[in-house]
Design a protein around this ligand. Sequence first.
Ligand code: GDP
Length: 196
Amino acid sequence: MSQTKKDSYFFLKSSDSIKNLPDEYLNEYCFWGRSNVGKSSLLNSLTKINLARTSKTPGRTTTLNFFEIKNKIRFVDLPGYGYAKRSKSEIYSWNKLILDYLSTRKNIISIFLLIDSRHGLKKKDYEAIKLIRSLGFHFYFILTKIDKINKKELNYCYNKLKDFINDNSKSEQKIFCTSSKKNLGIKELKSLIKEV
Ligand code: GDP
C-alpha cells in the first residue's frame, strides 16, 4: 500500500449491525481497548480527524466506526470495553456486534489492542486477547498515555507486557509506546501500517 502526503482520512460510516457494513474491498486495521484508554485520541492523531467532535454524536462509542483513505486503507474504531455505567443488555449487544464483525469480516489485516501504560493488562484485556487469538488474528499492543508515567514505570509496564507475550505466544509481537498528547510513537505506528 503506498500512501502519499495528499492522502487524507475521512469518516466513512458508523455501523450498529454487521448487516450495515461497508464493502470488503479495502484492508481494515482495527483499534480496540478499554473505554477511556485513549483510542479516540490516538485515532485522532493518526487520521487527523477531530474525533472529539464525532464522539459527541450519540451512540458513536457503541458502533463500529470506519475511517478511510479513499481506495487505500480503512481504520475501524471498535466499541471500548469495561465501561461500567452501562446495562448488561447494552454490553451484550456491543460484544455481539464486535464478535460478529471479527468472526465474519474477511478484510481485517490486523488488530491494535490499546493498553493504558499506567495500568497494564487488566481482566477485560485478557478476555479481549483470548478472543483475538481464538479467531487467529495478528495483533499488536499499543501502550497509551506514556507522557503520564516516568521512564522507570514505562520500562516496568513494557517488560511485564513483553513477559506476558513471551509466555503466551511463539511469534514476536510488537509493542508500541505512544502518547497522543505529546505525539510520541505515532510516526512508528504509521510506518508499520504503511509496511503492512
Ligand atoms: P477512549 O475512550 O479510549 O476513546 O479515550 P479518549 O481518547 O477519549 O481519552 C480518554 C481521556 O484520556 C481523555 O481525557 C484524553 O484527553 C486522555 N488522553 C488520551 N490520550 C492521552 C495521552 O496520550 N496523554 C494524556 N496525558 N492524556 C490522554
